[in-house]
Design a protein around this ligand. Structure first.
Ligand code: NI
Length: 171
């Protein structure tokens, strides 16, 4: 089992879109296995590559016993609305109500490199939107109201200080 340090708030890699995966390779599949280990040991349900310091468009999601590996995932349709309390492994100690689409249609390459279309609603739709946001450089914070974000300011300042003190990413 390989655990990868999770990048937290303050690191610029979380704030910019990642590069597309040119091809699903054995190396990338190994990376997704390590990301599953990392995510599950942190009790997360989804993890995007830039959260482990990798500038590539891929994410893993554990949902009802299923292990989803998504390469170049994109939301191509959204419908409805849901609101729910979210957290993020890159924002330890921070939670907030986030409004998202109730259902989505997502396209991605699976672990065999095949192109897949998948419809999801409810909780899975939320996780998909959260992880795909990460790959586009968007954090759940960006969805919070100004008032809600203000409430988290002390926690955010603390995380930013921690990042500065570390100086560089631990990898
Ligand atoms: Ni997250």
């Amino acid at each position: 089992m390989t655990l990868i340090p999770v990048v937290t708030y303050g690191d610029p890699i979380l704030g910019r879109p990642v590069a597309l995966v040119p091809e699903v390779t054995e190396d990338l599949l190994r990376l997704t296995d390590d990301m599953f280990d990392t995510m599950q040991s942190a009790r997360g349900v989804g993890l995007a590559a830039n959260q482990v310091g990798v500038d590539l468009c891929l994410a893993v999601i554990a949902y009802q016993g299923e292990r989803l590996k998504l390469f170049n995932p994109r939301v191509v349709e959204r419908a409805g609305q849901q609101r729910y309390l979210e957290g993020c492994l890159s924002l330890p100690g921070i939670e907030g109500d986030v409004s998202r689409a109730e259902s989505v249609l997502v396209t991605y390459l699976d672990s065999t490199g095949a192109s897949v279309e998948r419809r999801a609603k409810g909780h899975l739709a939320r996780i998909l939107q959260h992880e795909i946001d990460h790959l586009n450089g968007i954090l759940m914070l960006n969805h919070l109201s100004v008032a809600a974000r203000t409430l988290q300011r002390a926690a955010l300042d603390r995380l930013r200080e921690q990042y500065k003190k570390r100086g560089t990413r631990r990898r």
